[in-house]
Every structure is written in C-alpha cells, then in structure tokens.
Write a protein that binds this ligand. Structure first.
Ligand SMILES: Nc1nc2c(ncn2[C@@H]2O[C@H](COP(=O)(O)OP(=O)(O)OP(=O)(O)O)[C@@H](O)[C@H]2O)c(=O)[nH]1
Ligand SMILES: [Mg+2]
Length: 465
C-alpha cells in the first residue's frame, strides 16, 4: 500500500491560459505505471534508472484524437520530489491540458493539492522550509526585486548560516550534557567561561540574521525598461535621447538594431536599465538575413519577458490602429503580469502641429528630434517606480515574519542559558535552554516542523507546484 505522500499525483503545472507550451506534472510511487496505462510508455520494466526524454503520442479520445507530447521521465528517487516523476510537455491549450490531466487521473493518478509537489520535495529532504517558501516566492514573484530575493533564498543564503549555527549549538550542547554525566568525577568538558563566550557568539549571529531579515525588501532594485516596436519606429534614437548617450546606432534603414543595447539611467532617485531591442519583424526563410533576424527576435523577446516596463514605440507618420497592442499579452505573450505598457507615438515633429496623437491609441506622442514629450515618458517611468515601491510586499516577507519569531525565541533561550551559566545555576538548566534554542532554530531551517508550520507554508502554494 502506498501512503498519502507516496501515491501518484498529477496536476497542470503551467498557467491555464493559451501559451505555446503547457506542462502536466506527475509524481509518485507508481508514476511509471500510470504513464504505461496512459500508453505513453510501453512497459515499466524496459525503463532504466536514468532520466530521459521522448516524443510520444497521447490518445485523448474523441473528438480530440491523439496529440504529440514530449515526455520527460525521472524514473527513480533522483527527482525534484524525491520520487519517480514525469512531465508531459504539450501544446499549451487549456482544453488539451485538462484532457491530458484527466487521462492521467483515469490511469490511476490523483489530482494534486496546492503545493503538494514542493511538499514532497521538502519531505524527501530536497529542500528546507525556507527554500520551500522561496519556491513559492519564485512562483509568485511579480517584480524583479522579489524574484532576486526568492532566488537567493532558494540558494540557501538564509538557511546556511542558521544551519551551521544550529550544528555549533548542538556540539556545545553535547559538551554540556557530557559534563552532566560526569558531574561527580569533576570532569569538565567545557569551561563556563568558554561556554558563555560561544553562546554569546551564536546569539550575535542570530541577531545579525534577524536584522538581515528585516532589511529585506528595503533597497529598491533597478527597473528594466524595454523599448519595443516595429523596425524604424525610432526606438534606438529614443534610447539615446533618454540616456543622453550615443549608445545605439540610429539609421533610416529598417532593421538596424540587432543586438540588445543596454544603458543605465537614474531619475527621481530610481535606477533604470533601458534596453533597446530589434524591431518586431518576420522574414521569409528564403531571405539571407532571416537567421540573423530570428536570433535578434529571440533576444528581444527574451529581454521583454524580464521587463518591468514595455515602452511600445509606434511611428506616428505611419498611422494605423494599434488598439490590439494595448494588451501586453499581444506585445509579449508571456510578459510579467505586473509589467507596465506605455504606448508612445514617435516622430511627433514630423506631424502637423494640430495632429491628435491619441488617434493611434498611444498614451502620448513624443519626438526625439525636438525633445517634446520625452520628459513625460520619464515622468511615467518614475511614476511606475514610485507605485511599485509603495506596493512592494515581497513574497519573502511571509518567511521573514515566521523566521523572525523563531529567531527571537532562540535568542531568548540563549540569553537565559548565558544567565544560568553566569549564575552557576547548574548545567541541567543551561542544557534545557540550549535545547529549546536548537529547536527554535530548527523551526526556521525545517529540521523541526509541526503540522501547523507545514500547513502555513504549503497551503499558500498553487496546484501543480
Ligand atoms: N524626425 C524624426 N526622426 C526620427 C525620430 N526618431 C527617430 N527618427 C528617425 O527614424 C529613423 C529610425 O530611427 P531608429 O531609432 O534607428 O529606429 P529603430 O526603431 O531603432 O529601428 P530598428 O533598429 O531598425 O528597429 C532614423 O532615421 C531616425 O533619425 C524623431 O523623433 N523625429
Ligand atoms: Mg534600432
């Protein structure tokens, strides 16, 4: 029989919105059998111990028929969840993803609960609690700053010093407890003087970690602004005007910019990174320039994905209806949800004085030639920065609050242990306080966890993660 943490779970692990690719994730003891029952794999027996990837067909029944899936399989415990796992990568269409999940459930999997994959990873010892919460941070990260925070937490910069503090404390505790056993023989494993000094050092380290936690989210990170638009829209010239440099090459030829050009700027006390990209275009494969163009397009799309602000440049002299571009999803299919889109009509100076910029649905018009409207763009960028700072919540703050409480408790117990030692109150009392401190630190790093803590951490995840 398989236990609750062992049965095979399945969920859609990608957003339920149309996208080029979507993922159905499976994990559990009989994950491979489920894949066989889905007729994705031939037989569990022929599968070795190495992870592999294969292109397969998945029959979904009428009216959908069979679809192409890329299956990735981790047949052993050496996976994210510490169990046999698999991912089906397919076209990111919500009905197809749902039908594939249904097929997995018909084949014996159970629908995963929120955070269950990460919980399994934690239970398998792959992640500690702060890292599990960081996974949540990465999933939820809405802006660059909290993403960076979450990523560095995932890398262990919070838990590593605490783990080493905990193990030092355990060593000290062992010394104190060994002394208790030999109290009649007057053998001292550690002098009170050394003990107080070491406890003091540990207390200082906890206090430092605790103040690091409260500093989190303090410094506001650089805002990434990406300039996008059709070729020749005036993106590069605008970058130069904004940055007061000649960083980007400007010509009257469409398709001038190929590589990303990045410059740093600062307005209103906020730092910005301005990124000029290749104009949006699609070339015929027969065109000798097609490959260069494709690379440039990929680079531009990549830059756009990480951008906080998209400045969409539209050549005013071309006119046209750009309404559809006001939806950031149209500009970059997987732009961040929090990304801001500013649409500007460029080359205002080439238009008649009474021209109405909003005919193009732009937010406003500007000219890199005369400088008109450029200040307005800068104001919009600063406005975005201020709004973001005001709304900064930081996903890691949840962790921070939980950890702060535990660290405060650990520090109190160390204080008490120091006091008992100085008052020669007896090493039993000292050891008891030290044990409580070890436990409190363990709550942060996950060596000690209660159902309550697990619920608090994993209940906040979404299904499929
Ligand atoms: N009159 C006038 N010309 C402009 C303005 N902005 C850009 N131009 C001209 O438009 C042409 C294209 O400008 P670029 O900045 O190179 O355009 P781009 O969007 O970077 O073009 P690609 O890199 O090819 O995608 C150049 O000849 C610029 O001098 C403007 O505000 N007024
Ligand atoms: Mg350019």
């Amino acid at each position: 029989m398989t236990s609750e943490a062992d049965d095979t779970i399945a969920a859609i692990a990608s957003p339920m919105a149309p996208a080029p690719r979507g993922i159905v994730r499976l994990s559990g003891h009989d994950c491979l059998d489920v894949l066989c029952r889905m007729e994705i794999l031939d037989s569990a027996e022929s599968i070795g111990r190495r992870s592999f990837r294969a292109s397969k067909r998945l029959a979904l029944g009428e009216p959908l028929g069979a679809i192409d899936v890329d299956v990735m399989v981790w047949p052993t415990q050496r996976s994210y969840t510490g169990q046999p796992s698999a991912e089906l990568h397919l076209m990111g269409s919500p009905p197809l993803l749902q039908s594939s999940l249904d097929a997995a459930i018909r084949a014996g999997a159970r629908a995963a609960r929120p955070g269950e994959f990460t919980m399994r990873s934690f239970l398998a010892g792959r992640l500690d609690l702060t890292q599990a919460e960081a996974v949540l941070g990465v999933i939820e990260a809405e802006d660059r700053g909290s993403l960076d925070q979450a990523l560095s937490q995932l890398a262990g910069n919070l838990s590593r010093p605490l783990q080493s503090a905990r193990s030092t404390l355990l060593d000290l505790l062992a010394d104190v407890e060994a002394g208790l056993d030999f109290v009649d023989e007057d053998i001292e494993f550690i002098s009170d003087e050394v003990l107080v000094r070491r406890l003091d050092e540990l207390r200082a380290l906890l206090s430092q970690t605790r103040s690091q936690l409260s500093d989190r989210g303090g410094a506001s990170p650089t805002i990434r602004v990406v300039l996008r638009g059709l070729p020749n829209a005036g993106k590069s010239r605008l970058l130069n005007v904004l940055s007061r440099t000649e960083s980007a090459i400007v010509t009257d030829q469409a398709g001038t910019t190929r590589d990303l050009v990045t410059v740093e700027s600062s307005w209103g006390g906020h730092s910005f990174q301005l990124i000029d990209t290749a104009g949006l275009e699609s070339r015929e494969e027969s065109d000798p320039e097609a490959r260069v163009s494709r690379e440039a397009q990929l680079q531009a799309a990549e830059a756009a994905r990480g951008a906080d602000v998209h400045v969409w440049c539209m050549d005013a002299t071309l006119g046209g209806d750009f309404e559809f571009l006001r939806n950031p999803d149209a500009v970059v299919p997987d732009a961040k949800r929090s990304a801001e889109l500013i649409c500007v009509a460029t080359k205002r100076d080439l238009m008649p004085a009474d021209w109405e910029g909003d005919l193009m649905q732009a937010d406003f018009a500007l000219s890199s030639e005369s400088g008109a409207g450029v200040e307005k763009l800068i104001e919009s960028l600063v406005g975005f920065a201020e709004q973001r700072d005001a709304g900064e919540t930081g996903n890691v703050i949840g962790t921070a609050a939980r950890c702060q409480d535990s660290l405060a408790a650990a520090m109190d117990h160390l204080d008490q242990a120091i006091q008992w030692t100085e008052q020669a109150a007896g090493h039993e009392l000292v050891a008891a306080e030290m044990r409580l401190a070890v436990e409190a630190i363990g709550e942060v790093t996950g060596q000690v966890y209660t159902d309550d803590i697990l619920d608090r951490v994993f209940g906040r995840f979404c299904i499929g993660k």
